[in-house]
Write a protein that binds this ligand. Structure first.
Ligand code: ADP
Length: 292
């Protein structure tokens, strides 16, 4: 861990690299950030920025996050912070973007979000996947193209995480076998829909309120995939406002029986949590495997 003056100089260097001139810093705050990174808010004459950084060796992580943010931002549908730069300099890897100044939420906040997410999910592609790989948390996501959404979900998402959990002794061989048997059944249990552009890590911690009082999204793990997986993901930690779901389902209805499929999609974030944080989430995985 740096001393904070070193961290300050590190951020100054980041700003200089990114803006191409010595920054005129007016305000600087270290912020609490996520599980792996540090972050700061830096107000300068050139703008107010959010810089996050880490000392890890996965220097592609921020590059893929920047590309994921750009991919979502270029649709013009939702507020996504503009990326100003990413890279590596002595002291760590960094990603610099606009700081989201949170304002009070507008009354129509959740309705607006439901409508906009439905629009995002209507952005489609000829295959599932993405033109680059990225990460969910600190775990890599392989986005190799696949014409089938279910095959992509099983091979590139579920099996990768379950395989890692087995390799690291976080799940037993017996549970893994049970999981593989469920994978064989999934083509009969999930609808193979057209690819939808997804945020990919849509839990409430990544849903912010922008200065306009409407949703701003951060920290994506973007890909073209099954949109039901994204809606299921939002229910993981208690769900979000009913007005969001009502508007989304009206704007872009899901196939009948979706509520029954939610646990199947959420095997992915659950395995991710088992791999990142350990055993506590295993009980939920076991329950789902028993049920289906
Ligand atoms: P990590 O990748 O380390 O998990 P996040 O990108 O999720 O970090 O950011 C952690 C928190 O920082 C978010 O939950 C949010 O509260 C805040 N945050 C993220 N991006 C911005 C931003 N551009 N402006 C202001 N706050 C932000």
């Amino acid at each position: 861990m740096f001393q904070s003056t070193d961290q300050y100089h590190f951020i100054e260097g980041v700003l200089e690299d990114t803006l191409g001139q010595r920054p005129d810093v007016r305000e600087f705050h270290f912020l609490y950030c996520g599980n792996f990174n540090l972050a700061a808010k830096v107000a300068t004459a050139q703008g107010i920025f959010f810089v996050k950084w880490n000392e890890g060796d996965q220097d592609r992580m921020f590059e893929s996050e920047a590309k994921s943010l750009n991919r979502l931002r270029e649709t013009g549908i939702l507020t996504i912070p503009q990326v100003h730069g990413y890279g590596k300099r002595s002291g760590g890897n960094y990603l610099m973007m606009d700081f989201i100044e949170s304002g009070p939420a507008q009354p129509g906040y959740w309705v607006d979000f439901g409508e906009k997410l439905a629009r995002l999910h209507r952005v489609t592609n000829d295959r599932h996947g993405l033109e680059f790989n990225n990460y969910i948390g600190a775990l890599p996501q392989n986005n190799d193209w696949n014409p089938s959404g279910i095959s992509f979900f099983v091979e590139n998402r579920l099996k990768v995480q379950a395989g890692q959990a087995l390799l690291e002794g976080k799940i037993t061989g017996k549970l893994h076998d049970q999981f593989l048997r469920l994978c064989e059944k999934l083509p009969g249990l999930l609808p193979d829909e057209q690819p939808a552009l997804l945020h990919g890590d849509l839990w409430s911690g990544n849903v912010m309120t922008g200065a306009d009082g409407l949703v701003a999204l951060v920290d994506p793990a973007t890909y073209f995939g099954l949109r039901e997986a994204e809606i299921a993901f939002t229910t993981m930690f208690g769900g979000i406002d009913p007005a969001f779901y009502q508007t989304y389902y009206e704007a872009f209805p899901v196939a009948p029986g979706f509520q029954e499929r939610i646990p199947l999609y959420n095997l992915y974030p659950l395995f991710v949590h088992v791999n990142l944080f350990g055993g506590g989430y295993l009980t939920a995985v076991e329950r789902i495997l028993r049920r289906y």
